[in-house]
Ligand binder design. Structure first.
Ligand code: GLV
Ligand code: MN
Ligand code: MN
Ligand code: MN
Length: 424
């Protein structure tokens, strides 16, 4: 068991709940929607405005601000031995097309709240502490997701991301350059630089903690994920005149494929396979023209990567059976992530103290259904995550919410963890 550290306890006790809640509300005004959600897709003008705001907040807290080649923003609070690799916390600033106030934003705001609390309490740490706002975690505007964190860990990946385009054919590389140009005074920092540890605080985005009635989760790992684009090729023709048996209808092919994929998912329900066909593009998308081309995305996830191997073989088999009329591209793949035991023990102690002080049940271990930037950081340094419950398990939805007291407990647990790591 991790020895309890006095300054870690002080940092935990210095978290200011009112300031935390108002910081979450303030960041949510960037892209805030009338339905209570947030639309702040990566590298849009709204995302850039929110980055300027975060930079101001960090500077006001006395942080040094830095940016890397993937426009990941770092806010650094100096340590007594400033040359030592820092402890990193934070999350992503971008949202889904229709997202909530918390997915990503919570972890970034939490990091700044910890720095404010350390300042208030006059606590200095051995190592520097950095708060990060990663670029394009969501992957909804430019695929794949977790671009910023994966490029940080392996900068050779960045070149492969630059030509990704959004639905208006804007290149990721151009959007990235515009983001870097918009903060000319911010010094550049190295990607892949040494970090002593990384901790990400995030909402669960699923129903497990809420159903268990437990306010904090110690995340043991993240399930595997693969993303594909499936394109069905047919021939455009007149809807009214073309006999049914003479059509090459790309939609009919796509629907039949989709049904088989859902069938595969149903037979793997015991493995908790999760399948989403989330984005569809129909060409020419006209009421009275037989679709000449249909493209759809496949997001498939499972804790057991061998189940995804079987899914992929099944999908490739279906494409092969269709001859040249179905093409397939895998554009994201990640095996399961397992966080290291010493990090889990530290988080268990930190979260356990926060829960005990509030008279609430002890934290529970949980695996993450969503992917996160911490997934790639785990390849680079000792990494772990803390979860707070999501009301009704809802996320990637404007209605995403968490009890404010749970949000507070999560930041308390993070403060303890980060401070303890920064003194090791
Ligand atoms: C990230 O948002 C995910 O899809 O898990
Ligand atoms: Mn997220
Ligand atoms: Mn998300
Ligand atoms: Mn995510």
């Amino acid at each position: 068991n991790q020895p309890l550290s006095r300054s870690a306890e002080q940092a935990q006790d210095a978290i200011d709940n009112e300031r935390l809640q108002s910081s979450i509300a303030a960041l949510a005004t960037f892209g805030g929607r009338p339905d209570g959600g947030v639309s702040r897709e990566t590298l849009t003008s709204i995302d850039l405005a929110s980055r300027h705001y975060l930079i101001e907040q960090a500077r006001a807290l006395g942080c040094e601000v830095m940016v890397d080649d993937c426009a990941n923003l770092f806010f650094r609070r100096a340590g007594r031995r400033n040359e030592l690799p820092p402890v990193l916390t934070g999350s992503h600033g971008d949202t889904q097309p229709v997202g909530g106030k918390l997915d990503g934003a919570y972890g970034v705001v939490a990091g700044l709240e910890i720095i404010a609390a350390l300042n208030d309490a006059g606590i200095d740490t051995l190592r520097p502490i950095e708060v990060v706002a990663w670029t394009n975690e969501e992957g909804s505007r430019f695929g794949p997701g977790t671009m910023g964190s994966s490029a940080f860990v392996d900068p050779s990946r960045l070149a492969g991301y630059l030509d990704a385009v959004d639905q208006s054919r804007v290149r990721f590389g151009d959007a990235l350059q515009a983001a870097l140009d918009s903060i000319p005074g911010v010094p550049r920092c190295e990607m892949q630089r040494p970090l002593s540890a990384c901790v990400e605080l995030h909402i669960e985005q699923g129903p497990v903690l809420e159903r268990a009635g437990i306010p904090l989760g110690v995340v043991t790992g993240i399930q595997a994920v693969r993303w594909f684009t499936v394109t069905c090729h047919g021939a455009m023709a007149h809807a009214g005149t073309t006999p049914m048996d003479e059509r090459r209808d790309a939609m009919a092919a796509a629907v039949s494929l989709a049904q088989k994929l859902y069938g595969f998912a149903a037979t793997h329900a015991a493995d908790q396979l999760r399948l989403t066909l989330g984005r569809w593009q129909v060409s020419p998308n006209s009421v009275n023209t037989i679709p000449g081309q249909v493209e759809f995305t496949v997001d498939v996830r499972c804790l057991d990567d061998s189940v995804l191997d079987r899914f992929e073989a099944f999908l490739r088999g279906l494409a092969a059976d269709a001859g040249g009329s179905v093409s397939l591209e895998r554009f994201f793949q990640r095996a399961p992530t397992h966080f290291p035991r010493p990090m889990l023990d530290l988080i268990q102690a930190a979260a356990g103290r926060a829960c005990a002080q509030a008279g609430l049940p002890a934290p529970m271990p949980i695996t993450s259904g969503a992917f996160h930037d911490a997934m790639y950081l785990a390849d680079h340094c000792p990494t772990a995550m803390i979860f707070v419950p999501s009301k009704n398990g809802i996320s990637h939805n404007a209605a995403e919410a968490t009890d404010p007291h749970d949000l507070f407990l999560g930041v308390q647990a993070l403060a303890y963890t980060v401070t303890a790591l920064a003194n090791q």
